[in-house]
Design a protein around this ligand. Structure first.
Ligand SMILES: Nc1nc2c(ncn2[C@@H]2O[C@H](COP(=O)(O)OP(=O)(O)OP(=O)(O)O)[C@@H](O)[C@H]2O)c(=O)[nH]1
Ligand SMILES: [Mg+2]
Length: 295
């Protein structure tokens, strides 16, 4: 069988729904999602193999103005993911004005000579007329091969988006085995699941200042998986909040995470979590790299 692959970057400002879209395209939750901006920190591939075509969707950190070393890393990843792919999908909010983040990304896309399409997401939240205004503003601002309104949440328009993506596939052997859905190692998926629950349960800067390290990941003879995870935070006061009164918050976070870990692994998981402080680690080149945020 002659096979094709398409390497497709999903770019956009924080919180526009890139990871939600990646999950919908792949048909499995492989990227964490939250209502807080700057959820995704690394480049993550979501893989979908459909008949003779393999799609590799590159979910990226939201493009923003960085204020920490970690932020610098995230923005760099977002920027560098645009070159050397077959297509870039720029995901935007259904807002009829173009922000500086979008301008920056459009400039980068045009400079890369990579074909681009625009996906206007969250159309479940706006009226048709408003959507026409958004289409009008973007079609005047830049050249996109196509402009597609979608809802990554409901799945509206996602199939049409996939059909368009298929046109950019080029003849090539598959890059991943056919049943693969992500390039992330299992331990990384587990760490990300825990970070997602931290984002869901905690407010303000606290979850943004956390990093999760899996120190044990082992399978028993009966298939049960033991996971030990350390949650690092930036301040002693944050540690107290993450643990909560009588450990209630940490218990809640761990229990939510365990359910998702079990779903992903398809087996019973024993998850043990600890919390440690690493003062202002996001501002340290060394610690940022140490937590795995490096090319
Ligand atoms: N109503 C609505 N909400 C959506 C849609 N797509 C995503 N969201 C919500 O938008 C928020 C952000 O979604 P994410 O997928 O984490 O966004 P992201 O672009 O990956 O964000 P970063 O990783 O921070 O760059 C979440 O609360 C999602 O549930 C959509 O089509 N409609
Ligand atoms: Mg994301």
């Amino acid at each position: 069988m002659k096979t094709k692959t398409a390497m497709i970057t999903i770019a956009g400002r924080p919180n526009v729904g890139k990871s939600t879209l990646t999950n919908h395209l792949v048909g499995e939750k492989i990227a964490i999602v939250s209502n807080k901006p700057q959820t995704t920190r690394n480049r993550i591939c979501g893989i979908l193999t459909r008949e003779d075509t393999q799609f590799v969707f590159v979910d990226t950190p939201g493009y923003h103005r960085a204020r920490t070393k970690l932020g610098d890393y995230m923005v760099n990843v977002a920027r560098e993911s645009i070159a050397d792919v077959d297509l870039t999908i720029l995901v935007v909010e259904p807002i009829a004005s173009i922000g500086p983040q979008e301008e920056g990304l459009i400039e980068k896309i045009q400079g890369s000579k990579c074909p681009a399409i625009l996906a206007i997401n969250k159309i479940d939240t706006v009226e048709k007329e408003k959507l026409l205004e958004v289409i009008d503003v973007y079609s005047k601002a830049a050249h996109f091969d196509a402009i597609i309104p979608i809802s990554a949440k409901t799945g509206d328009g996602v199939e049409a988006l996939l059909d368009i993506c298929e046109k950019y596939a080029i003849e090539s052997p598959f890059l991943f085995p056919e049943d693969t859905t992500t390039d992330q190692p299992e331990r990384q998926v587990m760490a990300e699941i825990i970070r997602e629950k931290l984002l869901w349960c905690l407010d303000k800067e606290i979850p943004h200042g956390t990093a999760v390290e899996i120190t044990t990941f082992s399978e028993r003879d009966n298939g049960i998986i033991d996971i030990d995870a350390t949650i690092f935070c930036e301040k002693a006061s944050h540690k107290g909040i993450i643990i909560g009164k009588h450990g209630a918050m940490l218990k809640k976070i761990s229990s939510m995470a365990r359910t998702d870990c079990e779903r992903f692994m398809g087996t019973k998981v024993y998850l043990t979590t600890w919390v440690k402080v690493k003062e202002n680690w996001r501002d340290s080149d060394f610690l940022v790299r140490n937590f795995g945020y490096r090319e």
